[in-house]
Write a new protein. Sequence first.
Length: 185
Amino acid sequence: MKGFALAGILGVTFASPASAEPLPSGSMGLLLGGVAGTGPDAKRLGFGYIDAFSFQAAWAPMTTERRIGWMARWTTIFTANYGASAGQVADLQTMQMDLSLGLRIRPSANPRRYITAGGGLALFRANQTIPPNMERAFIGPVASIGAQQYFLGTRLLFDFDVRYGLIGDGPTQIAFTAAISITGP
């Protein structure tokens, strides 16, 4: 009995610490969702959907032992908006490209579930002029919060976000996105 106790103590004392499992750092995928203008731009931008050609790519180096990490994400969103007063000739269509930096936080012991928050710079372009400035291209800040969940081990990443932009004097809209991404090194 004393031999087993001594072996256990020696094993715990000289055992190497458990190493963390690396998570895939990169992801690329498609996103869908809905958009709507907010505040004074609610009528100007109307509401609509995010086109199937929208996509995102992200880099988030992290291991399973860490609870907080960082991420960088590039998103390109194409929308079709209905009921937009700015859509004089046809339905209003927009494209938004943004680059954002943010945090990934693991809220529980599950190493495959994260909460995200970020902000960055966005370029926004419409197919028609948008009042009151009667311009088609805008640049300004954008912010997002969301949740991520890995599936099939860590091969797929589902990403749900709420985005608000362009904060400032450009047209403001809120977007609800759902993305499915393939992960990789």
